[in-house]
Design a protein around this ligand. Structure first.
Ligand SMILES: [Mg+2]
Length: 259
C-alpha cells in the first residue's frame, strides 16, 4: 500500500478516502496496583488522551473501575479482559454495568461466540470483541448471534486493509460500533493504524498511543506525537512515514544483504 501511495503521490489516509489528518486517540493501561494506575490515568488525562482503557482480570476489576470513576466521573472509560473470565463470572459484569463504561472488551474466551451472546443479553454495557475477530465472517457471526455490539478492528489480524474496509462497511451498515485497535507497534504499524482510524465512522478513539509510550526512539522519521488528544498524520505521499536508516542500523544486531 505504501508503494501504491507513493506511486500515486498521495498519503495513505487520502487514498483510503479520508480527509481527516488529525485523529483522536485513546490509551490502554495495564497496571495492576491502584497507586500506579491512578498516576497513569492522571498522566493520560493531562496529556489529552480522550479515552482510557484498563486491563482487568479476576480479582482486579471492580475496584480499579470504581476508583477511577470516583476521580473521573465523565472520562470515556472502558475495560479489556483479554478473555480472562467465563460465564460463571456474570456477577462481575453485572456490577461493572453501574460504571457507565464505553464497553467491555473480550470478557470471555477468544473462540467463544455463544457465551458472549448470552452475556450480552444480560448486561447493558456493550461487549466488544477483539481476539475473536479474524475475518468478516467472524464479524457476521458476532452480529447475527448478538455476541457483541462493538468490534476492535486490527487490520493486520483480519488480513490487511482491504479486509478491514469491508468489515468497517459491514459494521456501519448493521449498527456495530467499530474502532481501530493497536498492538506494540513501531511507527510503521502505527502509521497504518492512524490512516485507517482517520476514516469517517471510526470516530471512537483507537488504541494508538504516541510513539514515546513504547519507544525511547522510534525507527521512523516522523514519530507520532500527541497534540491536544490527537495524532497528526504527516501529509506526505506514502503510508505516512519514512524509515530512519540511521536508527535501524543503530538498533540492528545483525545486517545481511541479499542483493
Ligand atoms: Mg484487546
Amino acid at each position: 500500500m505504501g508503494y501504491l501511495c507513493r506511486k500515486k503521490k498521495q498519503p495513505l489516509y487520502r487514498l483510503l478516502g479520508s480527509d481527516n489528518a488529525a485523529v483522536a486517540v485513546g490509551i490502554s493501561l495495564g497496571m495492576n496496583n491502584l497507586e500506579d494506575l491512578m498516576q497513569e490515568v492522571q498522566a493520560a488525562v493531562e496529556k489529552g488522551y480522550t479515552r482510557v482503557k484498563i486491563k482487568i482480570k479476576p480479582g482486579w476489576d471492580i475496584l480499579p473501575v470504581q476508583t477511577i470513576r470516583q476521580s473521573y466521573p465523565h472520562l470515556k472509560l472502558m475495560v479489556d479482559a483479554n478473555g480472562a473470565y467465563d460465564l460463571a463470572d456474570v456477577e462481575v459484569f453485572k456490577s461493572l454495568d453501574a460504571y457507565d463504561l464505553e464497553m467491555i472488551e473480550q470478557p470471555l474466551g477468544d473462540d467463544d461466540f455463544i457465551n458472549h451472546a448470552k452475556l450480552q443479553r444480560i448486561i447493558r454495557t456493550k461487549i466488544c470483541l477483539d481476539e475473536n475477530i479474524h475475518s468478516i465472517e467472524d464479524v457476521k457471526v458476532a452480529h447475527q448471534l448478538g455476541s457483541a455490539r462493538a468490534i476492535n478492528l486490527k487490520w493486520a489480524r483480519v488480513g490487511g486493509l482491504f479486509n478491514a474496509l469491508e468489515i468497517i462497511q459491514y459494521c456501519q451498515k448493521h449498527g456495530l460500533l467499530v474502532w481501530c485497535g493497536g498492538m506494540f507497534e513501531s511507527g510503521v504499524g502505527r502509521s497504518y493504524n492512524l490512516a485507517l482510524a482517520s476514516l469517517e465512522g471510526l470516530d471512537f478513539p483507537g488504541d494508538i498511543s504516541e510513539s514515546s509510550r513504547y519507544w525511547s526512539e522510534d525507527i521512523v522519521e516522523q514519530p507520532q506525537k500527541l497534540v491536544e488528544g490527537r495524532l497528526l498524520i504527516p501529509k506526505i505521499s506514502g503510508a505516512g512515514f519514512n524509515i530512519s536508516k540511521k536508527r535501524v542500523e543503530k538498533y540492528s544486531e545483525k545486517i545481511e544483504s541479499f542483493i
